[in-house]
Design a protein around this ligand. Structure first.
Ligand SMILES: *[C@@H]1O[C@H](CO)[C@@H](O)[C@H](O)[C@H]1NC(C)=O
Ligand SMILES: *[C@@H]1O[C@H](CO)[C@@H](O)[C@H](O)[C@H]1NC(C)=O
Length: 351
């Protein structure tokens, strides 16, 4: 469990005022969990959010482009501060391949040199690690893993994600498609579902040859890929498989249909977006028939609304070399901003 004080405050900060107002139905014209607060809150973040980064180890690299881009955008942007006393949060930077012993030593060093770690036992600290941390009994690592916010890549390795505390980076597609030419209104869809398989098919094998579905390992070129996205009602993804195209599917108005055996807790922006308004989730158990049934029943106005909300939400999945408002970098930062409230303990000895 995370630090209980932290969890309580986190809970309060994730569900700000709208839940207290008498509004029984979600706002169906927006994909946001808190449509009335996200924009003013976001603007406030842009004006005031400050993050202090500890001196990183030398020759420092991350294993994935998403981790690297997030880190460099943070260090080179307006949110970085040299003054830890004005910081809301503290970044603990370490390379992807650093051993757990070295991470522990790193934390031990700055917990003795600076007062910040002991104030919250790491709860106002965060770290970037797509690999996640293993199970260790070392105190420094236990506090880092249980109290600090982990930023990792979606989807996370099994067991390496703590819901409501941790955050995932949306996939970074190294060669993104150019934005769609026309809005996705009134398109006539050739396919009910499109699946770019990359070798993994699972139950989707049963759909091979079905004229309502297009299943291929690679589209022949980018234009064809864009046409597939625009010409299909749903883009199919296997949770645990390749989900890197999910942002692009949203952007092109191809409603993601995620096939999964259990509820997914590590989706990007889970405390910003209402995922059930922009994607459908289908179990594997019912096989291809169940999948087709769910997709067919998601139709008409309901479908058009999902598609439109997905297009709106897609801006948050875009990675930019120079970050822009509401893009992937800023929306992850916004999730950190929502987690900035913590109890700061007076200094006391560890017993
Ligand atoms: C933080 O706590 C640890 C152990 O309780 C202690 O060794 C360390 O000196 C403390 N750090 C500071 C800056 O007081
Ligand atoms: C979509 O098509 C319907 C009927 O074909 C038409 O009434 C409606 O105006 C069209 N909407 C747009 C945005 O083109």
């Amino acid at each position: 469990m995370a630090n209980p004080f932290f969890s309580l405050l986190l809970f309060l900060s994730l569900f700000p005022t709208p839940s207290l107002q008498s509004k029984p139905l979600p706002d169906l014209t927006s994909p946001y969990l808190s449509p009335s607060t996200i924009f003013p809150n976001f603007q406030k973040m842009l004006r005031t959010f400050k993050i202090f980064t500890y001196e990183p180890p030398k020759d420092f690299t991350f294993n994935t482009p998403a981790e690297s881009l997030f880190y460099s955008s943070l260090l080179n942007g307006p949110f970085a501060t040299q003054n830890p006393n004005e910081a809301h949060l503290f970044l603990v930077p370490f390379p992807s391949d650093l051993s757990t012993r070295s991470i522990s030593r790193f934390i031990r060093d700055f917990r003795t040199e600076h007062p910040y770690w002991n104030r919250t036992l790491g709860a106002d600290h965060f770290y970037i690690s797509c690999a996640g941390l293993g199970y260790e009994s070392d105190r420094n690592l236990v506090e880092l893993k249980k109290n600090s916010v982990q930023i990792s890549c979606f989807p996370t390795p099994h067991g390496k994600f703590i819901p409501h505390k941790d955050i995932t980076l949306p996939p970074l597609n190294p060669s993104p498609l150019a934005p769609p030419q026309a809005p996705p209104n009134n398109r006539s869809s050739r396919y009910l579902g499109y699946f770019k398989s990359n070798g993994q098919v699972g139950l989707l094998n049963q759909l091979n040859g079905d004229p309502e579905f297009m299943i291929e390992s690679e589209p022949s070129d980018e234009l064809t890929y864009a046409e597939r996205l625009e010409g299909s009602q749903f883009c199919l993804f296997l949770y645990g498989g390749d989900v890197s195209g999910i942002g692009e599917a949203l952007r092109f108005g191809c409603v993601p249909a995620v096939i999964t055996d259990c509820p997914i807790q590590d989706l990007p922006f889970m405390d910003v977006l209402v995922w059930s308004e922009i994607a459908v989730f289908v179990g594997r158990g019912g096989g291809a028939e169940e999948l087709k049934g769910v997709l067919r029943r998601t139709c008409g106005d309901k479908y058009e609304r999902m598609r439109a909300l997905g297009v709106t939400a897609s801006q948050h999945f875009v990675w930019n070399a120079s970050p822009q408002s509401y893009d992937a970098f800023h929306t992850v930062l916004y999730q950190l901003w929502l987690r900035r409230h913590t109890i700061r303990y007076a200094r006391r000895e560890w017993s």
